[in-house]
Structure formats: structure tokens, C-alpha cells
Write a protein that binds this ligand. Structure first.
Ligand SMILES: [Zn+2]
Length: 162
């Protein structure tokens, strides 16, 4: 499995039990939204709209908006968790998890390690720490997320943005 050995890996042996399952978040769009016709108008993504042309799939789609809450990181290191390189390889071969779960974990960490931001289903948390000024929109067509700071979309980055 050479492909997992490239990223520089760092700490920790014992975080595997705390790793999220990486199941995709599904917020159940109506089937009609899944395949829009190709010929359609373009509506620039906007903080003030619940329907615009998705920056990820370029379909004119309904968008679900999310507030964000902060959840304190409470692992031993007290820093955000990343699993890369040899650690990811070890996780992928951990017999504690069934093969399909290992595949999900590999896919999850590969996406995270590649800088992707996405919505994912983890264990429920309780937090009253609201992140003011940061919102997330998610496209009903492709399920991909966009991140908004101060009402401006900052992710995904737009190539054609001046
Ligand atoms: Zn989309």
C-alpha cells in the first residue's frame, strides 16, 4: 500500500478509537433536485439566497444553510486531529474495524488531508459556543459545502474570482 506512505505523518498511536466513522452527511434532498437540466440560468452564490449556482457542481440548486457551533478539541494533544501517512495506513489495516468502515475512514482522511471541507456525520455534541459570522451552505444537488465568512464565500475558492 505504497500510496499511503507519502504524506508526512506525525504523532499518536491511540487516537483510532476516537476517529469518526466518516459516514456521509445526508440531508435528504427531494429527488427532483438531484438532476437539474443542463440548460439553465446562472445565479451567483449569495449569502442572501437559498438557491444559486453551486460553486462545486455548477448546477442551479437549492442550498441548505447552516450556522456553526464550536466544539472544544479534547484529545490528548489538544490540537486538531489529522491522520496521515503511516498512521493512516495503520488505521486502514486496523482489524478492529470491518473493511467497509476502513474504506470510509481512508476516504474521509484522504479528503481532509487534501484540504477539502465537507459536512460529515459525527457523534452528537452539545455546545453553546456559537461561531458568529461563519456560515456553511450545502448544495442539494451535489451535497458539497461552501464556507462563508462575513457573508462572503471563501470556500471552495473560485478560479475566476478577481
Ligand atoms: Zn452542487
Amino acid at each position: 500500500m505504497d500510496m499511503f506512505l507519502t504524506a508526512n505523518s506525525v504523532p499518536k498511536e491511540n487516537y483510532e478509537g476516537g476517529v469518526a466513522l466518516g459516514f456521509p452527511l445526508v440531508f435528504a434532498p427531494p429527488p427532483a433536485y438531484r438532476r437539474n437540466p443542463v440548460t439553465q440560468q446562472t445565479i451567483e452564490p449569495s449569502f442572501k439566497l437559498a438557491r444559486f449556482t453551486c460553486p462545486s457542481c455548477n448546477q442551479l440548486s437549492d442550498q441548505a444553510w447552516f450556522n456553526t457551533y464550536a466544539n472544544a478539541i479534547q484529545n490528548a494533544e489538544g490540537v486538531p486531529l489529522r491522520i496521515q501517512g503511516a498512521d493512516l495506513e495503520r488505521l486502514y489495516h486496523n482489524p478492529q474495524f470491518p473493511p467497509e468502515v476502513r474504506e470510509q475512514k481512508l476516504e474521509y482522511w484522504t479528503r481532509v488531508n487534501n484540504g477539502e471541507v465537507f459536512l460529515d456525520r459525527w457523534a452528537p455534541i452539545h455546545s453553546d459556543t456559537f461561531v458568529a459570522g461563519l456560515e456553511v451552505s450545502a448544495c442539494h444537488a451535489c451535497m458539497k459545502a461552501a464556507i462563508w465568512f462575513g457573508g462572503e464565500m471563501v470556500y471552495p475558492q473560485q478560479d475566476n474570482k478577481e
